[in-house]
Every structure is written in C-alpha cells, then in structure tokens.
Design a protein around this ligand. Structure first.
Ligand code: MN
Length: 269
C-alpha cells in the first residue's frame, strides 16, 4: 500500500515526521511537503509561476522525501499527477500544529492538501492537534495510523475525506472519540496595526477564539471539551452509510486508546 504524506507546516516540521513514522508501519510512505511553513494558505495552488522540487534527506529509512517550493495543494497535485509512476492508496496531511475546526477549514493548508487527493479519488485524512505550543504529536499519529489501516483495508462507496482534530496532550488527557459535524467558525482574525516611521503596516493573526455557541455535535465543542473529533468533509448531510463507517472508525480509535466513543446517531445538541 502506498501512502502519500504531506502537511502545511513545512517539510521540516516534527508533526510531519511523527506521522510518517507511524504510517511507515502500515505501508510504503512518500513525503511530499512544502519547503517552508504554508499555514493558512488553504486550497491555493500555484498557476502563475513554475514549481521546483528538491529531494531531501529523510530521517526515516525507506521513506523518500521531496520538498516543493509551493503550497500544500501544489505538493499533492505534483505527487499524484507527475512525481511518481504509481498511484497512491491513501493521502494523510499533518500532523498540523494548531486546530483545523469548523468552517476554518476553508483557510487550512492541511485540509487544502488533503482536498486535492480527495478530488482525485484517493481516500484522504487531515490531522491536527489543537495547540500551538508544546504540541504532543504521538496520539495524533497513532490515531491517524488506526484510521489509515481501516481505510486501506476496506472499500467505500464514496471516497472518504476525514478531518481529525485532537486536544493536545497524552492519552490520559483524552476523554474519548466523537464523530462530529463541522461547526461554525472556531477562530476569527485580529489585526495589529503599527508604524515603521514612514508607513503603516498590518499583521493578521488567526487568534480570536469564537464558536462558544457551537453545539455538542460539532468538532469545535468536542475538541474544546477534551475529545478527539472525527468529521467527514462532504459539504452536505452525512448519510446513514457514512455515519456507519464514521462510527466504526471512532470505535477503532477509542479501543486503541482505551477510551469511550460517541457515535453519530446517539449525539444530541
Ligand atoms: Mn499549519
């Protein structure tokens, strides 16, 4: 099984290599990632200039790694359309440092990368940890590997596209696993204005926490209350078939971590 691993934090980020190491246990991993931090770039792709790539030294035996001077979406497009002779069975993007919840996913490079593989019929997972400091990646990588194993082992009627978010911390900090819907915005932007002596400049920060009213069935509520959130990104209603396989996945992860799972049908609020 061939697994494409990418991210938006850049090819040298710890979360990427934690994920690649975990997935290397279940398939042949190729890493194709931006050569720098591209967080917040969303689904953007480079159409107005050429893209260059560079083979880089992988810290994991048997895993090849390519840095792209482009966006996360560019990385996946190149990987699936040009860089490799063979197709991929799965694409996993992450592990991102910082949450990608609710409608914020439209500006997420982590999700933007996985979108390109999903659009090409490759089962795709985006994985994020909801912290910007002292991020613990191993529970997220373990979760991604449990989900990946399942996706690789089964046929699905529609291409799965899953957004996973975890509260930061060790297994002991995790309350359980919930299948969720994407919530409203989780963060809005603030702007800092300053003067350099001649001109005014601005700094946009994606740091204003909102979504306090997000319902109990949303990813925002789940992660803020200590649960791992598994959402299907299908831009519509989750149908019964999808709910079944999402519930199956939540239970798999919960069994692995020895925590509770909350299924789709039993959720309220
Ligand atoms: Mn990022």
């Amino acid at each position: 099984m061939r697994i494409l691993v990418t991210n938006d934090d850049g090819v040298y980020s710890d979360g990427l290599w934690s994920l690649a190491a975990a997935l290397n246990e279940i398939g042949k991993v190729s890493v194709v990632a931006p050569d720098r931090d591209m967080s917040g770039i969303g689904t953007a792709m480079t159409l107005l200039s050429v893209l260059r790539t560079e083979d880089i030294q992988s810290p994991i035996d048997g895993v090849d790694a390519i840095a792209v001077q482009g966006t996360p979406a560019d990385c996946v497009i190149l990987a699936l359309e040009s860089l490799f002779e063979h197709p991929f069975d799965l694409c996993v993007s992450g592990v991102n440092h910082g949450a990608n919840l609710g409608l914020d996913i439209v500006s997420s490079g982590t999700v933007g990368a996985a979108m390109q593989s999903y659009l090409r019929g490759v089962p795709s997972i985006a994985v994020s940890v909801a912290s910007l400091t002292e991020v613990v990646f191993d529970v997220a990588s373990l979760t991604a590997s449990v989900l990946s194993k399942r996706l690789l082992g089964k046929d699905y009627a529609e291409t799965p596209f899953i957004n996973v978010n975890l509260p930061n911390g060790t297994k002991q900090n995790i309350k359980g696993v919930r299948v969720t819907r994407l919530g409203p915005r989780a963060y809005l932007e603030s702007v800092t204005e300053a003067h350099d002596g001649r001109r005014t400049h601005y700094w946009i920060k994606h740091d204003r926490m909102v979504g306090a009213d997000a319902g109990k069935n949303t990813d925002i509520w789940a992660v803020r209350n200590g649960w791992i959130s598994i959402s299907s990104i299908d831009w519509g209603q989750v149908d019964r078939n999808q709910a079944l396989w999402l519930n199956d996945m939540a239970h798999l992860v919960a069994d692995e971590l020895n925590v509770d799972a909350v299924s789709f049908e039993t959720m309220s609020g």
